[in-house]
Design a protein around this ligand. Sequence first.
Ligand code: HEC
Length: 279
Amino acid sequence: MTTQMNETDARPCIFTRACRVVPFIGAAAIVALGAMFLTIGGAHAAGGSVELKERSWSFEAPFGTFDRSALRRGYKVYAEVCAACHSMDLIKFRNLAEPGGPEFTEEEVKVIAADYTIPAEPDDYGDINDRARIPADPFPAPFDNENAARASNGGAYPPDLSMIVKARNGNENYLYSLLTGYEEAPAGTDVPAGMSYNAYFAGHFIAMANPLSEEIVDYEDGAPMTVDQYAKDVTTFLTWASEPTREARHRLGFQVMIFLLVFAGLMYFTMRKVWADAH
Ligand code: HEC
């Protein structure tokens, strides 16, 4: 009896009562790890000194998805308004049909792409003509190069919008605030020529005139044609563009968590079985 007691005392941690909680701690740790999959990349940096407007975005929740109609309307706002000055070099027309995005049909994407042209391969005479774009082509850029873009915008450069939501503190809330943040400058503030006053832009003077106004883009699905709605839709679209695999990441995170939970349970019962005789 005494020998047995001593033996028990000398046994490693796995035999003591306190250590029965180990599997639970382990399970909690791996569940936390799974949860990280859901949030990595979705982390939101704090905004600058000005407090940003916050909306509840459908894609923000851990298992959140994009609102398809908002993505499609958002594309329309980008194409009809923002694309006059901003490129989106990382996006190809075919991305518009991929799962997790606006999910236009292949046919719709062909029609959308064919509205734009691109220089074709040299023909038999070596001349380069334009051809209609196809889904595999990238979005067209409004300017040939940065100098041309600056020359048309009073020296300021309209940044590429492919990654803009990730590139700014405050992410989607910053973009939404910026687009709805044009207002009268406070009394006594001189707005330099060619600049506009924006409550959310760093330094407040922005070389982009307010791009949105009521009814500037026609919506066919009955959504309100207001600045607020346009800003919300184009923000949703640009958030998707900055991470087209966001929904897949969320789904994977969920699957990983389920797997880890089941695995933790299996490990717990395996451990009990393996050590059952030792107690
Ligand atoms: C007439 C040209 C023009 C149009 C149209 C336009 N922009 Fe801009 N945009 C600019 C210029 C120029 C800048 C650079 C401003 C600066 O640095 O002061 C800019 C800057 C930006 C920025 C960066 C702000 C920052 O924090 O640096 C964002 C985001 C942006 N535009 C989004 C949009 C969106 C979305 C649309 C469509 C709804 C749009 N723009 C339409 C010219 C334009």
